[in-house]
Design a protein around this ligand. Structure first.
Ligand SMILES: C[S@@+](CC[C@H](N)C(=O)[O-])C[C@H]1O[C@@H](n2cnc3c(N)ncnc32)[C@H](O)[C@@H]1O
Ligand SMILES: [Zn+2]
Length: 364
């Protein structure tokens, strides 16, 4: 393949080791990496190495970089691309689960970016930190159809949770993945601190800090629970138990879980990411700024949102109001209300469905 360019790195990716649609994800991720303390990085599913190479080039806090890929061709590209860009890095041809055994404590940040589900790698990734007080993980999932409920059986098998194939499926799906990570972390006496969560097109990206402490693990366990969504009256709720009966209208409700009900982002991380993004000239600079600001708004809000169009469809309000008009109305009524990065027509609010309906009626 001809020479490729991404944010100042020129590299070769052969015929199959580069996905240009993940450029935005790599830039988002590199911003998170820039907010961390000094880190030794293992880019464990490196393909051409572009991700790890960008982390190392863009972030002075990356003190060393190693790369792993099961493909000999990918590893050859990693070596060549590191050299071409003057970046010091070791590359290993290995299967991740075999490679990481016996490397406990060697790395501070593991980059887990496989094809499809990260589930088969999460246990060994978290286990590798077990003798450390803290560690950082960056995890990609591209099996979003499974997590979002298009394949419910696969979700139950792989993630041990019931998914929700409803209007908030992206948020429910990413929360199922967070639950899995939190539960595995608990097995090794770690609590998790979600630093940033990005849902975009076909991928979820999770960044987290592992913090040693059995109590922290228990606290995180208690942050997992269930989402209930009633398809009849549009009631929704996140809590410790699931229910098949809607507490509002008494009809059959849908539920999903167990899933993570805690925060998806850490305020300081997002603040630092915004500052770093302002200094960098990424080709997705404006998009990143917008997404990170939406994430800031999500902090402290309920673990779900309302899709304005489907809520209006249910209430027979046509055409739906502009999002900004609804937000103003809700805020005027004393509710908190923000947009969400999960959907351009989504609103997170602490108003219940009845109050939301009143605000929507009032926008007519
Ligand atoms: C989605 S690509 C990684 C993309 C890369 N991080 C980037 O941003 O361009 C997944 C890579 O993981 C490699 N891979 C798949 N299974 C693996 C395993 N079990 N251990 C190590 N590498 C693996 C594949 O050869 C492929 O190059
Ligand atoms: Zn109901």
């Amino acid at each position: 393949m001809a020479e490729l360019q991404e944010e100042g790195i020129s590299f070769d990716a052969g015929k199959e080791f580069y996905n240009p649609h993940m450029h935005l994800c790599r830039s988002f991720s590199s911003l998170v990496v820039g907010t961390l303390p000094e880190v030794k990085v293992l880019d464990a599913f490196s393909a051409s190495g572009i991700r790890g190479l960008r982390y190392a080039k863009e972030n002075p806090n990356v003190s060393s970089l190693e790369m792993v890929d099961v493909s000999a061709d990918a590893v050859a590209l990693c070596r060549q691309n590191a050299e071409r860009n003057g970046i010091k890095a070791k590359a290993h041809e290995a299967e991740f689960n075999k490679f990481i055994i016996g490397k406990e404590g060697d790395y501070d940040l593991l980059e887990i970016d496989p094809f499809g589900s990260p589930a088969p790698y999460s246990y060994n990734a978290i286990r590798s930190f077990r003798f450390k007080k803290e560690g950082f993980l960056s995890i990609t999932a591209t099996d979003t159809a499974v997590l979002c409920g298009a394949h419910a059986n696969a979700c139950m098998r792989i993630y041990h949770s019931v998914p929700l194939h409803e209007e908030i499926y992206h948020e429910a799906g990413v929360r199922i993945l967070w639950k899995c990570i939190a539960h595995i972390a608990g097995e090794f006496d770690f609590g998790i601190v979600p630093l940033a969560t990005f849902s975009h097109r076909h991928f979820f990206k999770l960044f987290l800090k592992l913090e040693k402490g059995a109590e922290k693990g228990v606290k995180c366990f208690r942050k997992t629970g269930y989402l209930i969504l009633c398809p009849h009256c549009r009631y929704r709720h996140g809590g410790e138990v699931a229910s098949e009966i809607c507490p509002k209208c008494g009809k059959k409700a849908k539920w999903a879980g167990p899933l993570w009900l805690g925060e998806l982002h850490e305020p300081k991380t997002l603040e630092k990411m915004l500052a770093l993004n302002a200094e960098r000239n990424y080709s997705h600079k404006e998009k990143l700024d917008k997404e990170i600001k939406l994430m800031q708004g999500e902090i402290g809000m309920p673990p779900y949102f309302f899709n304005i169009h489907s809520t209006c469809g249910h209430l027979d309000i046509q055409p739906p109001p502009k999002t900004e008009v609804l937000l103003e109305k809700l805020r005027g009524e004393g509710f908190r209300a923000v947009r969400t990065h999960f959907s351009p027509i989504g609103v997170k609010t602490d108003a219940d469905i009845c109050s939301l309906a009143k605000s929507l009626q009032a926008t007519k």
